[in-house]
Design a protein around this ligand. Structure first.
Ligand SMILES: C[S@@+](CC[C@H](N)C(=O)[O-])C[C@H]1O[C@@H](n2cnc3c(N)ncnc32)[C@H](O)[C@@H]1O
Length: 266
């Protein structure tokens, strides 16, 4: 009950709605935050969160698990290159929504892929996340140098066509990605639970975000995507996510089933 009250308070006071996030991982994260704040009850955490916006910021970072990587699940990017790109080519201009973009690795990966396929110039990527801090990191585009070996391997497995090192320079103690990759990217804070759709997209990529939501919240977000996707538009989910058993199963066809790439058909 204390957890429910805390989540209700956070929602009413700050508008962040975690009430339908999957309970097990939520509980773990709230307890971790409670201990880090030196508190012994969830009610005490509620009190602090409601009176101290900085504590809310810290909690937000805890709850919005930001783990990501460039060309994460390379087979997804390979499938996107082979099956989604030819469909996107049929449009004179393409708008892609990357929802829950975290620190931006996924956005840079897509920009690189589209660049190599000659599509980037006529694409606009809208990259959103609930968390303003990660969006700022995404804009900066500096990623740890020691990750570059892994990312190079992913890039090659994803069908990359150049030398991965062409896209970054060592700077600021990290790998600074080419600024031109952001020419057609718009970053914005957006909450999938409480904000509306804001455009009509030819493709929506939302990977490893809905795993943290319960079934009813997943359906709510899928409804938002459905209303934001053109007919025959493409939807890309994470490997552990699926439209199977969702309220939208019948409105999509599998483009590449095992990669969770779908196409809207109704
Ligand atoms: C695990 S990361 C996934 C990042 C990237 N899509 C990937 O697959 O590598 C999940 C992201 O979803 C964001 N997120 C969680 N709840 C959200 C919400 N209600 N609205 C928008 N973004 C949300 C988090 O802030 C986090 O950056």
């Amino acid at each position: 009950m204390e957890i429910q009250l805390l989540l209700e308070g956070v929602y009413r006071h700050y508008g962040f709605d975690f009430r339908e996030y999957a309970p097990a991982s939520l509980k773990r994260r709230l307890y971790r935050r409670m201990l880090s704040e030196g508190l012994s009850t969830i009610s005490a955490l509620q009190e602090r969160v409601l009176h101290d916006p900085q504590c809310m910021e810290r909690l937000l970072l805890d709850l919005s698990i930001n783990v990501t990587a460039m060309f994460r699940d390379p087979t997804f990017y390979m499938a996107f290159r082979e099956k989604a790109v030819p469909l996107l080519r049929t449009y004179p201009f393409t708008r892609i929504w990357v929802a829950g973009c975290s620190t931006g690795e996924e956005v840079y990966s897509l920009a690189i892929l589209l660049e190599e396929e000659g599509l980037y110039e006529r694409t606009r990527i809208y990259a959103t996340d609930i968390n303003q801090t990660v969006i700022e990191q995404a804009r900066a585009g500096v990623f740890p140098l020691d990750k570059m070996q892994d990312y190079t391997r992913n890039y090659i497995k994803a069908g990359g066509k150049r030398a991965f090192s062409e896209y970054y320079t060592a700077r600021y103690g990290g790998a600074l990605f080419a600024r031109s990759l952001l020419d057609n990217v718009v970053f914005a804070q957006h909450n999938l639970v409480s904000d509306r759709g804001f455009n009509e997209f030819q493709a929506i990529v939302c990977r490893n975000v809905m795993i943290y939501f319960d079934r009813s919240l997943q359906n709510k977000v899928l409804e938002l995507f459905h209303g934001s996707l053109v007919m025959f538009g493409i939807l890309g989910l994470g490997h552990k996510e699926s439209l199977k058993f969702s309220a939208f199963e019948d409105q999509y066809a599998e483009l590449v089933g095992e990669e969770r790439l779908y196409r809207r058909t109704a």
